[in-house]
Design a protein around this ligand. Sequence first.
Ligand code: SF4
Length: 734
Amino acid sequence: MSRLIATRAIRGAHKLVARAEKELKQEIEEKGPQTKVEFPNTGYYLPISYGILGLKIETIGGLNELLEEAKKLLPPIPDEKLWLPFLGHTLDAGMATLFADEIIEAIKYTQDPLPYLSEPNPRDEHLWLGAANDVILRERGIEFVDGTAPGFAVCVGYCPTNEIAVKIARELQEKNLYVFMAAATEGKSMAQQLQEEGIQMGWETRLVPYGDDVTACIHSLGFSTRVALSFGGAQPGDYRKILHYNKNRVFAFILALGPVDDEKHAQAAGAINYGFPTIADTDIDQILPTGICTYEHVVSPVSHDKIVSKAIEVRGLKITITKVPIPVPFGPAFQGERIRKEDMCVEMAGQTKPGFEYLTTKKLDEVEDGKIEVIGPEIDEIEEGSKIPLAIWIEVAGREMQPDFEPILERQIHDFINCTNGVFHMGQRDINWVRISKEAKQKGFKFKHFGSILHAKLHGEYGKIFDKVQIKIFTQEKDILDLIGTARKVYKKRDERLADMTDESTDTYYSCTLCQSFAPNHVCIITPERSGLCGAYNWLDGKAAYNINPTGPNQPVKKGKVIDAVKGQWQDVNEFIYNNSHKTLEIFNAYSIIEHPMTSCGCFECICCVLPSTNGVMIVFRDYIGMTPVGMKFSTLAGMVGGGAQTPGFIGHSKQYIGSAKFISANGGAKRIVWMDRALKEEMEPVIRKIGNQEGIENFFDMIADDTNAVTEEEVLEYITKKNHLALSLPALF
Ligand code: SF4
């Protein structure tokens, strides 16, 4: 910590304590020690001395005791040559400052006329409100407890222009923060700037002008002390509890605007005791190590366009957006909504156009919270009925964010967008598919609203682990093709993290019921060797998701007693499935396609099904639009397999599962694959060749038929017979 900032804060405390002493002496001489002193209509006496020291000061003479406490705390001003650990001294000086502030402000209440207006809102001729009464405390303080108002910003000084003052005030209001204004500098204050601009101030608009004196800052901390006493169960004199309560529950900070003199440094030191950091727009010394505050204590210089977001970040404040700001209804009730072709205004990505969804972590200074860009045509620039590409690229930043959380947050895109009335979303990663209805467009829904939804909902549900999020919506093919490779590399890396883990190496799997909005009885059981059938969640993701949200859709599932090791059936897994499928499924086999296979929702990357005459199975990827050997296109097959029912002979699964040693292992495993669509087969070539090597089958890749050489089951049989495919010599499938 810098000696300079400590010196300035300690020097400021000395000045304020000396001022308090002088004014108190004068007041006692003029009015007598028995003169009553109080803040208006409060049962909390003078709240700092009552809360921190347990003092019930009711007379001017009683302020002497507080003055003595302030003097006791005052540390010596640091010596030019002597280097000491300064933080403890600075904190003491800060507390002495608060005591001195309270003495000076209390004396003001003995003056006639009162310098403050004791009403909730200022008048044109009377700007300053001073200490809030207990009615305001009860009405407003509860908002700090129930989260309606996460905290407050104490704006000290003034902005270079009125326009900047208004912008900062509005930005703080948008985040539901109270704006407490105090301490004019050179006769100028932010509250006066807002007044000049005709901005409505007062407790009702959360823009509260406390006073132009630097000591009026105390009304902010007096308010938060009373919140701790009133709502936090703290007892008067239990300063530890009051300070901890404020650090942990009241997300406040100081914005130091304009020049910062010694007295203002001293206020900052006082606020640090409460865990409230200071962010300055001028180049003052910083206190960067964490300790008393959650993160840094003093940060500077920060530009005016970044000062609010920086303060939110440094204070560790989590933003919640209560209403999703879009022009159509939003809520879980719309999650199962389908958009029929004739009602559709636009289809995005899906089987015919490229698309993907990707979430990545960036540094804090690389993300501007709430920034949404549409790169490419907006909805009103395209023809009704069009099919266009779509990529959703999300960048998040936060001190608690970890790359392991990326897939979990990314997978929420499906759930969040589906809550929108008139929008249908299916799939994930590079198999996303979206439809927007004509009605939603008529109501004003635009592509940029994908960003609004994701910004609001990600903050709302995952704000604990990140601080900022910005979203890019791409609607031009070229951009999407340029970026898709980056996303695919990351998907691959995520999938590879589990390479060495087996199902036997753990006694706990993870469930996923995220897709119950579409398929109410569906439960994915995610094991190390079988990822969720959408391909977006593997066992590690399930584990991380449970850690983020222990009551969410990913729960640990103990395996319990093994019922059948070959089919992959465990007693406790069966019980879990029963309880979480609305008691519709009693038995689940993880490794069988024939007997009690896993259910499918609709998000599967692939469908695998038995081709009876070949004694094998075929696999089709969801992008394949042609006919398959089972006599159905993917869309028809998906309708039959999806919905959350067990369909013997059919399973939905991820691409990754094809390379797993547990791929339908109860039925002979990957050796049974006799047909794949060509694109999938080519993509999976290294995996298929590896399977061939492991099984000792030469040219396994060439033995598998595909749509270039076989489209009907008969043609597949003919092809594999020619190739002498191993499936033909395996035991009968059923
Ligand atoms: S397919 Fe399974 S793992 Fe993927 S989101 Fe749906 S329920 Fe979860």
